[in-house]
Structures are given as structure tokens and as C-alpha cells.
Write a protein that binds this ligand. Structure first.
Ligand code: CMC
Length: 423
């Protein structure tokens, strides 16, 4: 029994139930309710707003203070001083790499960037206008067909290999989704390039031209991947853990995470932000859309605003806003009407009593959508970029779960249906 306990008295149960309380290294304490099932009651928490589903050492968020730490390091410092691949190493291994480890890790990732040629056949089956996320769910899930029989998920070296393959192949698959939609040949990875540079090369390069990737845009892309690398037990990561808890193939688990990410309340918000900006269309319409967002009878929400956990500025959004300024300046598109609408919307929402009182700040997706649009990435590919960045987080959580004793995830319910009846 832990030092601290909570006492629970339930009407109709003639005893006081003691619930152990556990302290994390930081953040709220948790009540251990696992023993309640033997008392004949369940806890009820739709949306998991008050439920810690696991123990983890990877990422910590203090939503009230706007803090995000990966293995203890603030996201702002990682964005300034580390690369995406160093952050991947950190998430997977618990420490930032030494210079030797960094070189070895980068070489390992390079070694795995190509995908099996048979994967090309999958793309041939997709319609040209297929949503890139639909293709990504399919092809990442399909990787399980290539890496299944000799995979032992109980062996840490096998898990590491799956992690490296996934981090390395995601940009290749993401770019293939784009190339398929525009009818251009797939570009093979260019392993002399950096991670983000290579991704932009596979996206925008063609076999008829010399590679030509702007270092500023490659740096911005790397930071975008880094800022998405992990976010503790969000919907897609929890989905990966839940799928993984049955012992499923890791590539299939990551595909399930990609599916969960797709929705507009989660990773799909960056795409929804741009759609909203197009719909607003002109600065003169902004007030009307702010009013719609505030109207209880209107389902419209300002996309890119609000967060389940952050009730203060999303620290990723602060970094993203800075990159946004740099990218718009580099590309000379600060005066683009769409970006002017975004700037004005941000200003009005930050000053409006409704958004202030509900603590609805711009989130990471608000700025990432604007930057990606400026870089020339089509809107429908935005969530694919998020998925590429989030892959190390998903796989680090999957690996962490499998490294310790774990149970299959199996929530219970409050049943409100019929009691037994005859046909
Ligand atoms: N525009 C207008 N009102 C909003 C918004 C918004 N974007 N977000 C929340 N509200 C209101 C909501 O109507 C509710 O009002 P009331 O208390 O009067 O009923 C209140 O704020 C609390 O909202 P909630 O839906 O209970 O909060 P939640 O924690 O369940 O939802 C959210 C969080 C992110 C789903 C929500 O803020 C939202 O839908 N935002 C827009 C979509 C978006 O940008 N999502 C990306 C999240 S960041 C990327 C990621 O980590 O996945």
C-alpha cells in the first residue's frame, strides 16, 4: 500500500474502500482504482478526462503553465538546440545522443529509408484523388505484411529495428502519397541529405532535375517534425498503445494511430485550419465567423484554437509562430491574403472575452497549417506531415509499454440498454 490513500464510502457498500495514491515525479497524483472492480463498481470517465491510462517516463505536459517536456527537456530548448532525429533518439532511448551515437543513429535511419518495391503496387490501386491519410493508413498497415513472420515483439532488438524502420520510411511513404496524387514518379530517398531535406526532395524533386532544397525550408521542416514528435497519451498514442496491448504487429499499431490522428479534433485540425481560412475568404468576414464560433447553437469551431490539455499558450505554438514568421519572410508571402486573414483572426481571438475566458489559445495546428501552405505542401497532406513527425512518439510509447509487464487494454461501460427480454 502506498503512503497516501483516499477513502471511498459508497452508498450500499458497508465498508470504507481505501484507494492507494501514487505520486509522479511531477504533475498530479493519481488514485489507483484498479481494486474497485472487486467491489462491484467501475469508474466512469468518457473521453478519459481524469484518467491516467498508464505509467510513462517519456513526455510531461503541464497544460496550465504551457509546459511540454520530452525526457525532462523543454520543447523550446529541443527546437532550438536539437534536430528531429536527435529528438527521436531521445524519445526512444531516454537521453540525447553523444556525437558518436548521433552519427550512428543518422546512418541507421538512412539505411532504412527505402520501401520494398512491392509497396509501389499498393499506390497503383489507389484512385488519383484518394486522401493522402487514407493511403498512409493503408501503406503503413501494409508494412506489417513485409515485417511480420520473423518479428518477435518481446525482443527489444526487434522492437528497436521496427522503430528505426518506421521513422526512416515514413517520409518516403508520405512523399509517395503526394507524388501519387500529382501523377509524378516516386523519388527514391537521397541518403546524402538530411532527414527533412530528403523529405522535401522526395516531395518536390523530379528525376529530370538536380536536387534543390532551400536550407531555410529544410530547417523549418525539421523543426515542424520535431514539434510534433510526441505529446504523451493523446488520442492517437493511446490508440497505438491499445492496439499494441493485444500484442499486435507494430506497423499495424502505427496504422491505427494514423487513423486516430486523421480526425479534425486531433491531427486533422491543421488541414481544417486552412479550409476554414479559405471559407472565411476575406478579412471582412472574420467577425461573422468569430460570432459563429461563439454561438452555442452553431457547431462551427475556430479550427486551430483550444486544446484538451493546454489552458495556456501551447508551447509548440509559440515556437511554430516564430518559424511561421521566418518562413513567410523567406518566401516573401507575408502579404498573401490568406495569411493576412490568419493574422487578423489570431489577433481578434486573443483579445475576445469568449476565447480568453475559455482559455482557447491558438494551438500548434493553427501555425503549422499556415507554414506548410507557404512551403507549398497541399492542404490534404498536412496531417500526413503530422503523422511523420509523431511516429517516434507512437513507437516510443509502444516500446515503453512492451518493455514492462502490461495488460490488454479493456475499458468497461455504464450499460443503459435493455435488461434481458424474450424475442
Ligand atoms: N472554437 C470555439 N469554441 C471552442 C473551441 C473552438 N475551437 N474549442 C473549445 N470551445 C468551447 C466549447 O464549445 C466549450 O464551450 P462550453 O464550455 O460553453 O460548452 C469549451 O470551449 C470547452 O470545449 P470542449 O470541447 O469541452 O474542450 P475539449 O477539451 O473537449 O476539446 C478540442 C479540445 C481541441 C477538441 C477543442 O478545443 C476543439 O475542437 N478545437 C478545434 C480543433 C483543433 O484545433 N484541434 C487541434 C488540437 S491540437 C493538436 C493535437 O494535439 O491533436
Amino acid at each position: 500500500m502506498s503512503a497516501k490513500t483516499a477513502k471511498l464510502q459508497i452508498d450500499g457498500i458497508d465498508k470504507v474502500i481505501e484507494l492507494p495514491i501514487y505520486e509522479g515525479t511531477t504533475g498530479p497524483d493519481v488514485l489507483d482504482v484498479r481494486g474497485l472492480v472487486s467491489e462491484g463498481v467501475f469508474t466512469y470517465d468518457p473521453g478519459f478526462v481524469s484518467t491516467a491510462s498508464c505509467e510513462s517516463e517519456i513526455t510531461f505536459i503541464d497544460g496550465g503553465k504551457g509546459v511540454l517536456l520530452h525526457r525532462g527537456y523543454p520543447i523550446e530548448q529541443l527546437a532550438e538546440k536539437a534536430t528531429f532525429l536527435e529528438t527521436c533518439f531521445l524519445l526512444l532511448n531516454g537521453e540525447l545522443p553523444t556525437p558518436e551515437q548521433k552519427t550512428a543513429f543518422e546512418n541507421t535511419i538512412r539505411y532504412h529509408t527505402m520501401v520494398d518495391e512491392h509497396i509501389h503496387q499498393f499506390f497503383k490501386g489507389f484512385p488519383k484523388n484518394a486522401h493522402p491519410m487514407a493511403m498512409l493508413v493503408g501503406v503503413v498497415g501494409a508494412l506489417s505484411a513485409f515485417y511480420h513472420d520473423d518479428l518477435d515483439i518481446d525482443d527489444p532488438t526487434h522492437r528497436k529495428l521496427a522503430a528505426h524502420r518506421l521513422i526512416a520510411k515514413m517520409p518516403t511513404l508520405a512523399a509517395m502519397c503526394y507524388k501519387h496524387s500529382v501523377g509524378q514518379p516516386f523519388m527514391y530517398p537521397q541518403n546524402s541529405m538530411g532527414f527533412a531535406e530528403n523529405f522535401l526532395h522526395m516531395m518536390f524533386g523530379t528525376p529530370c532535375e538536380e536536387p534543390n532544397v532551400s536550407p531555410t525550408l529544410a530547417k523549418a521542416m525539421d523543426t515542424i517534425f520535431l514539434l510534433h514528435a510526441d505529446h504523451e497519451q493523446n488520442a492517437s498514442t493511446s490508440t497505438v498503445r491499445l492496439a499494441g496491448s493485444s500484442g499486435a504487429n507494430p506497423y499495424a499499431c502505427i496504422a491505427s494511430g494514423i487513423a486516430a490522428l486523421w480526425g479534425p479534433s486531433h491531427g486533422g485540425a491543421n488541414e481544417a485550419v486552412l479550409e476554414m481560412l479559405y471559407e472565411i475568404g476575406d478579412e471582412s468576414n472574420i467577425e461573422e465567423y468569430i460570432a459563429k464560433a461563439k454561438d452555442k447553437n452553431d457547431p462551427f469551431r475556430l479550427m486551430g484554437f483550444g486544446h484538451r490539455v493546454y489552458k495556456n499558450f501551447d508551447p509548440r505554438a509559440t515556437v511554430m509562430r516564430k518559424i511561421c514568421d521566418e518562413v513567410l519572410e523567406e518566401l516573401g508571402v507575408e502579404d498573401d491574403p490568406l495569411f493576412r486573414i490568419a493574422r487578423k483572426l489570431e489577433k481578434i481571438a486573443l483579445e475576445d472575452e469568449y476565447f480568453i475566458s475559455k482559455k482557447l489559445y491558438p494551438n500548434v495546428d493553427f501555425y503549422s497549417g499556415i507554414i506548410l501552405k507557404a512551403i507549398g505542401i497541399p492542404t490534404s497532406l498536412f496531417t500526413v506531415i503530422f503523422a511523420t513527425g509523431r511516429t517516434p512518439g507512437w513507437i516510443a510509447h509502444w516500446d515503453e509499454m512492451l518493455s514492462h509487464p502490461y495488460k490488454i487494454g479493456r475499458p468497461r461501460q455504464l450499460y443503459k440498454g435493455h435488461t434481458p427480454r424474450d424475442i
